[in-house]
Design a protein around this ligand. Structure first.
Ligand SMILES: N[C@H](CCC[C@H](N)C(=O)O)C(=O)O
Length: 281
């Protein structure tokens, strides 16, 4: 069965988007991994499957290249919202994920603003395996230590460092992602304060590794920096792939604003992977 898809990205964080709103689809983990595989498949940081939603304009499922399902993907949310706004001729879209409803709206210069929901900082909500002060998580790997834990629909550990460009992400990322402290693993951000209004961030994503940008990670980084008194509640976060504007509102919601891009359309043939079972709804 040939399956149409759209390739999209947000600041270089790229996605294969499959629209299953008219025909429910169930993919095996092997098929998800194959689609995301940059050598044997299409290649992407996350596989996004669009489904019908009863309470929103669309249900967005998020899968990492290792097949794990995630509760948030800020960059993909902008891409999906931008696409549906263009399809429907509207400037507001509500996107449902397994973590809840996300309100989005058109911003200046074709950008999209997403309300990523509340920043959760209780140890149970990150989650971490033991009761602790999430402003100073008990975790260290060499000179990397004392991260801040934040959940914005998915788990993040934010390390503040003097220079993000000297961090060996390939070496530190996997061990920190899978530290016993994180029962659901964690996305790992390394943040350098450029000015009180500007953060530089690099990321090792849970289930994906190094990506050019991480929208939820940028949100977690701003909340962490504000909680540490390093910035105000609004700042630019400079990622490898571009810059996002993040604002942590007094109601504890986090707004993320940035661009989105449609790269190309295509079709997937997964003949050599266990059959694609199309579940007729
Ligand atoms: N790897 C993440 C999901 C993708 C997040 C990222 N691409 C974003 O833009 O927020 C996780 O397992 O929670």
């Amino acid at each position: 069965m040939r399956l149409p898809f759209t390739k999209m990205h947000g600041l270089g964080n790229d996605f294969v988007v499959i629209d299953a709103r008219s025909r429910p689809l169930s993919l095996s983990d092997a098929q998800k991994r194959r689609i995301a595989d940059r050598r044997r498949g299409i290649g992407c940081d996350q596989l996004i499957v669009l489904e019908r939603s009863r309470g929103a304009d669309v249900f967005m499922r998020i899968f990492n290249p290792d097949g794990s399902e995630a509760g948030a993907c800020g960059n993909a949310t902008r891409c999906v919202a931008g696409r549906l706004m263009a399809e429907n001729g509207v400037e507001r879209i509500v996107v449902e994920t397994i973590s809840g409803l996300l309100e989005t709206r058109a911003a200046d210069r074709g950008d999209i603003t997403v309300d990523m929901g509340e920043a959760r900082t209780d140890w149970r909500d990150i989650p971490v395996a033991q009761e602790c002060d999430t402003l100073h998580l008990p975790l260290a790997l060499g000179s990397l230590a004392d991260p801040v834990g934040v959940n914005v629909g998915n788990p993040h550990a934010v390390f503040f460092v003097p220079d993000v460009t000297v961090i060996d992400l390939e070496k530190a990322g996997p061990e920190l992602e899978r530290a016993p402290l994180f029962p659901q693993r964690a996305n790992i951000e390394f943040v350098q304060l450029l000015t009180p209004g500007r953060l530089r961030m690099r990321v090792w994503e849970r289930g994906a590794g190094i990506t050019q940008a991480c929208g939820s990670g940028a949100c977690a980084s701003l909340v962490a920096a504000a909680r540490r008194g390093m910035t105000g509640r609004k700042a630019e976060v400079v990622l490898d792939g571009g810059t996002l504007t993040i604002e942590w509102l007094p109601n504890n919601h986090v707004l993320m604003t940035g661009g989105w891009t449609t790269s190309f359309q295509g079709e997937i043939e997964l003949a050599d992977v266990p059959a694609l079972e199309a579940v007729h709804g």
